[in-house]
Design a protein around this ligand. Structure first.
Ligand SMILES: [Cu+2]
Length: 166
């Protein structure tokens, strides 16, 4: 140590700060598990299907969000526990409550119900993108659940301002 200013360290700190500012309220949360334990208390198994998936073309190079609906036609509850995609080296599950997002370890898929990931609500957060996806591209997602088998889907990239009509 010669007392010089550690420039490289300072630059790294600025980068880190910039990134967390970009993510906004999306800090790593305490991993609140919205699920209520193993599904199927009333008997029955989860029966899942995925629809309405899309990925708005990201306005930044390093981050994107993903939205979809998981329907459960079965009498047992399940939980979405992780998602992976070749597009990003990290995908986290974000729960939105009181206008704040926080990372959670899983998202509940209620029996005879649905988990809805939508703009302004719960969503998938993709970070460390391998490239910036463009409208028209399809991105492969693999969804993993606490009880059901993994589901692989192709997710279309839509314009940044796209909203599904519903
Ligand atoms: Cu988020």
């Amino acid at each position: 140590m010669t007392g010089g200013i550690p420039l490289r360290k300072a630059a790294a700190a600025v980068l880190v700060l910039g990134l967390s500012a970009a993510i906004g309220a999306c800090g790593p949360g305490d991993g609140d598990d919205g699920g209520s334990g193993a599904g199927g208390k009333g008997g029955g198994r989860p029966k899942l299907s995925v629809s309405g998936a899309y990925l708005p073309q990201p306005s930044m190079d390093d981050m994107a969000a993903g939205f979809l609906t998981v329907r459960n036609a079965g009498g047992g509850a399940d939980r979405l526990t992780s998602v992976s995609t070749p597009l990003a080296s990290a995908v986290t599950l974000h729960h939105t409550a009181d206008n704040r997002m926080k990372q959670v370890s899983s998202l509940a898929v209620p029996a005879n119900g649905r988990l809805e990931l939508a703009s302004g609500g719960d969503h998938l957060m993709l970070t460390k993108l391998t490239h910036r996806p463009k409208v028209g591209e399809k991105v492969e997602f693999t969804l993993r659940f606490a009880h059901s088998d993994p589901i692989a889907i192709k997710v279309p990239v839509e314009p940044t301002t796209y909203r599904p009509k519903d």
